[in-house]
Design a protein. Structure first.
Lengths: 113, 114
């Protein structure tokens, strides 16, 4: 069954440090991958999407993600963390024929001053 | 361009009651999907509506139902509420839906069943 795995339910980094949030997908067909961010008591905000046009995808707020087919991964990175990046991040795959997004369990990013 | 609007934001209901949640998608978007978010189960797909027709459905009991109107606005109904239905219900709007296009989420409706 199609699935998305996010390694690490909690990630803690210092302000200014590199952010790396891991996502692996299982789809055997070309994936449609997304990263979303959720702030407390809010909905999901789209950070970026993989469209197959390029393996390195740039999103909002300085985030980017690299699609690696050989590793079935779509990890999210940001060179320098800001306090405002503290939130929960979700990786999602929309490649199935079920019309839905399959979400990972989410990774809570903590940014320490 | 206005975003996805969900009403109400918060709701408290008693077990056994029913509830209706509303979602107004982004203008021009024909697909509306609903998701349930809980700490234990994460984000789970309820159903998707496209041009007033339910196109896809998740693995939820029949107590969960929805509909979509000609203006693409959608409602979700939960009957005979159970404590386990307490969750954040999120609505997502997209041009064509199907999981392949960008989905834009509303702020959600926080439902508490007591």
């Amino acid at each position: 069954a199609q699935s998305v795995t996010q390694l690490g339910s909690h990630v803690s980094v210092s302000e200014g440090a590199l952010v790396l949030l891991r996502c692996n997908y299982s789809s055997s067909v070309p994936p449609y991958l997304f990263w979303y961010v959720q702030y407390p008591n809010q909905g999901l905000q789209l950070l970026l999407k993989y469209t197959s046009a390029a393996t390195l995808v740039k999103g909002i707020n300085g985030f980017e993600a690299e699609f690696k087919k050989s590793e079935t991964s779509f990890h999210l990175t940001k060179p320098s963390a800001h306090m405002s990046d503290a939130a929960e991040y979700f990786c999602a795959d929309g490649s199935g024929n079920t019309g839905k997004l399959i979400f990972g369990q989410g990774t809570t990013l903590q940014v320490k001053p | 361009k206005a975003g996805v609007t969900q009403t109400p934001r918060y709701l408290i209901k008693t077990r056994g009651q029913q509830v209706t949640l509303s979602c107004s998608p982004i203008s021009g978007h024909r697909s509306v999907s609903w998701y349930q978010q809980t700490p234990g189960q994460g984000l789970q797909f309820l159903f998707e509506y496209f041009s007033e027709t339910q196109r896809n459905k998740g693995n939820f009991p029949g107590r969960f139902s929805g509909r979509q109107f000609s203006n693409s606005r959608s409602e979700m109904n939960v009957s005979t509420l159970e404590l386990g239905d307490s969750a954040l219900y999120l609505c997502a709007s997209s041009l064509e839906g199907g999981g392949h296009t960008e989905a834009f989420f509303g702020q959600g409706t926080r439902l508490t069943v007591v």
